[in-house]
Design a protein around this ligand. Sequence first.
Ligand SMILES: [Zn+2]
Length: 400
Amino acid sequence: MAADYLKLIDERRVREVLADLVRIPSVNPGFPGGHGEKEVAAYVTRFFERLGLPVDVQTVEPDRDNVIGTMAGSADLHLLWEAHMDTVQTSGMTVDPFGAEVRDGKLYGRGACDTKASLAAMLVALETMAERRLVPAATIHLAAVVDEEITYKGVSALAERIRRGELRCDAAIVGEPTQLHAIIAHKGVLRFRIEVTGAAAHSSTPEKGVNAIECMADVIAYLKRYAGERFAAQRHPLTGPPTLCISRIEGGVAPNTVAERCSISVDIRTAPGQEWEDVWTDVRERLAGLEPELPAGATITVHRPFLTDYAMEVAPDDPLVLAVMEAANAYAPDRQAIGAPYCSDASKLTRVSVPTLVFGPGDIAEAHTAGEWVELAEVVRAAAVFVHTAMHFAGRAEQE
Ligand SMILES: [Zn+2]
């Protein structure tokens, strides 16, 4: 019977640390008026220093540092805990974004749920082990990283360090609101533009032009049929099938002119196992095959994606998954290993061969909302899960 680490977690400290983090604005600078992560990074650095842990600062961009604290373990094994420090914008919020107000056991504010709750749980877990002189089984690296909400620069820099062998990492937990379930597979994404060019003419004589909007209607119908047939066959048991969404359309210049141009934005969510390059190439080749079926003079251009991210998965019987599931269920019943449609930092770590899952307190439905909150009791349980995992994770070393 494993120790009950929940008893060791100081609820008051969880509330304090989370409130501290929420009160420090860290809106991603990619959003209008964004503050950046600098002050949160300074807070996390001081936190590690106060615990006497070595701190490694990785500058990603000027004033944007990943902060990595390390607590040595007894086994020859390194476990990464990763959480992003940035948040989305605060416009339209109905609660004080930086007030950290507590009502009915919930703490409110921007980032409370996504993902300062995870970061607070990790920090308090380390503090609890340091103060109780508990030596974790695995060496723990806690990486607080920049820029998850926009372009993943923080985790990408961290992954590059792992790839080059400068930071050893045998497994990783990425903190995001999962309600203490373990996300062991999530989708990837690619977004790209498709443009149809035709020929303008007066709208009273449409036969003299080539209507790009009407051609695009054929392209869209083709894409929906393509996705319906092809993606259904690529269903992943945990994430479901890939999806396709036409998210923008623009075309035409005037009500009395045959449209010479029309363009759409396509958002495709890939399932684990699919590479965005393959999906994009397939769409491009098929639309090249459709072009001769359009009116003469119409051309289809499939542009390179302007945004991509990888899907990820980790085996359900991976030692990391088993360890986190055991820990989660010790403090919160009926937690499961599940899939998710959204992207996270995790896929950048699985790309450098680190088995990774996503886990943390809070509900993803609360992320980015006008009244963002997290239940404090769940953050406390998350801290216990992190301690439990650190104390018991034996990873692959035990099996080999
Ligand atoms: Zn997040």
